[in-house]
Design a protein around this ligand. Structure first.
Ligand code: ZN
Length: 68
């Protein structure tokens, strides 16, 4: 027996739970303040540390060049 088409879509797109899922597990998650649905990995979001390191080095270099 094959899975239904919408079930397959839901599991691939949302990992089994759409954003508006009302199952018990999602209600518990929502009550705990955890976002449900598709989210990016935390490591891939936001600005990486090396970017700020490069910015800091450049700013320090410019300041030194202006002072001296
Ligand atoms: Zn759910």
């Amino acid at each position: 027996m094959c899975p239904r088409e919408d079930d397959t879509f839901r599991s691939t797109r949302y990992g089994g739970h759409p954003p508006a899922c009302t199952c018990v597990a999602c209600c518990e998650k929502r009550r705990a303040g955890i976002s449900t649905g598709y989210t990016r990995k935390k490591s891939s979001s936001g600005t990486p540390v090396w970017f700020w390191t490069v910015i800091a080095v450049v700013v320090i270099a410019v300041l030194l060049a202006l002072v001296f």
